[in-house]
Design a protein around this ligand. Structure first.
Ligand SMILES: Nc1ncnc2c1ncn2[C@@H]1O[C@H](COP(=O)(O)OP(=O)(O)OP(=O)(O)O)[C@@H](O)[C@H]1O
Ligand SMILES: [Mg+2]
Length: 349
């Protein structure tokens, strides 16, 4: 395989735009540059020429601020923008796979197949009554969205090397940092600002991913309305008291419980689906990540609901430590960089 040129990972989040570049030495990652810039409201969905120009300007600004060295990038597409599903098909020859998947996808995807890029990966095979079936993980991404990303990057003077889903990038980040779970079934919960991604991975491969339209901003909103405070104050309460029932007489924990419950219910549904559809020994561990996952006592809350160990993912657990960047990492909110770190690791795993 040709060596991938040096590149940075770029994640356009609703809360912020994040960039990460690593150095590679002996199959180990060392942080080179990291930085972000806040995302202004509506910026990500504005596909007018001005919108594209503005977004390109923000990317350029963030590159300068983060001291990014390279002019190549790998970007993520939000999980909510793509269609992904595990599809079971009777075993066919390699030549026929593409067409068989197209047929299976047609009734499932809410847009014309010529408007999407389709990629698929075989997960496993099973034999039932002498007939062999394959499970395929299929992703369909709208061409229009990829086209817009290409325009943005061209305007920013950056070469777009590859685009992949957030779930793929996050899973790579976890497997790189926690090689001990690489051969297990794990669940990853990425709580962002506007949405939460729930991912199931087996042997380091994404088996299932889905997005819930409830993220950490919904927690801020409920605090604001329940306590009659503005969003800035509500954000402070969220960060200071979180889901800890021992803080502020448990008022914040109680107020945010219905929101946490929405996310918990979806995780439980996914776990049940997993048992039914793909079997196996069960989820060994749950990793929580994303800016919203640092909610005080959230790990304990989730663990008590699920009965499975819940761990806050350390994005750089397996990185070569660089003392000169320690201060910088202290000053940023590292959990927010989960997707960007995963993208930057592409090619290492
Ligand atoms: N200490 C904290 N405790 C709880 N929530 C926090 C904390 N710090 C930041 N957040 C929240 O994390 C969210 C931002 O997370 P993140 O950067 O992962 O989002 P994003 O990727 O930009 O958004 P999205 O994934 O929805 O596009 C915001 O809602 C913010 O309020
Ligand atoms: Mg995100």
């Amino acid at each position: 395989m040709a060596a991938i040129p040096v590149f940075f990972g770029l994640n356009l989040g609703h809360f912020s735009i994040k960039l990460v570049e690593i150095e590679r030495a002996n199959n180990k990652a060392k942080l080179q540059s990291i930085g972000s810039t806040p995302t202004s409201v509506g910026l990500l969905n504005n596909d007018s020429p001005t919108g594209i120009q503005t977004l390109a300007g923000e990317v350029t600004k963030a590159m300068k601020n983060s001291n990014i060295k390279s002019k190549n990038c790998v970007m993520s597409v939000p999980e909510s923008a793509v269609f992904s599903r595990l599809i079971t098909l009777p075993k066919v020859s390699d030549k026929e796979v593409g067409e068989a998947i197209q047929w299976a996808l047609k009734p499932l995807v809410p847009m014309a197949l010529e408007d999407v890029n389709i990629s698929f990966l075989e997960i496993d095979q099973k034999t039932v009554d002498g007939n062999t079936f394959s499970n395929w993980y299929v992703v369909a991404a709208p061409k229009e969205l990829i086209g817009r990303y290409q325009q943005v990057m061209e305007t920013a003077g950056v070469e777009l090397l590859a685009v992949e889903t957030e779930s793929l990038a996050i899973t790579r980040m976890i497997v790189y940092n926690y090689p001990q779970v690489a051969d297990k079934d794990i669940m990853i919960v990425d709580m962002g600002a506007e949405s939460t991604n729930v991912i199931l991975s087996r042997n380091g491969i994404v088996m299932f991913s889905q997005t819930i339209g409830t993220g950490s901003n919904a927690i801020t909103k409920v605090i604001s309305s329940d306590l009659g405070v503005d969003m800035v104050q509500a954000e402070k309460y969220k960060i200071t008291y979180g889901a800890d029932p021992a803080q502020a007489e448990g008022r914040i924990a109680k107020s945010i419980e219905p929101i946490l419950q929405i996310v918990t219910a979806e995780i439980q549904r996914t776990m049940a689906y997993y048992k039914e559809k793909i079997g196996g020994t069960g989820v060994a561990q749950v990793f929580i990540t994303g800016g919203g996952s640092d909610l005080l006592k959230y790990n304990e809350y989730l663990q008590s609901k699920l009965g499975v160990a819940v761990v806050n993912a350390n994005l750089m657990a397996n990185f070569v430590q660089d003392p000169t960047l320690a201060q910088k990492i202290q000053n940023i909110h590292l959990s927010s960089f989960n997707v960007a770190v995963g993208l930057s690791l592409k090619g290492l795993l």
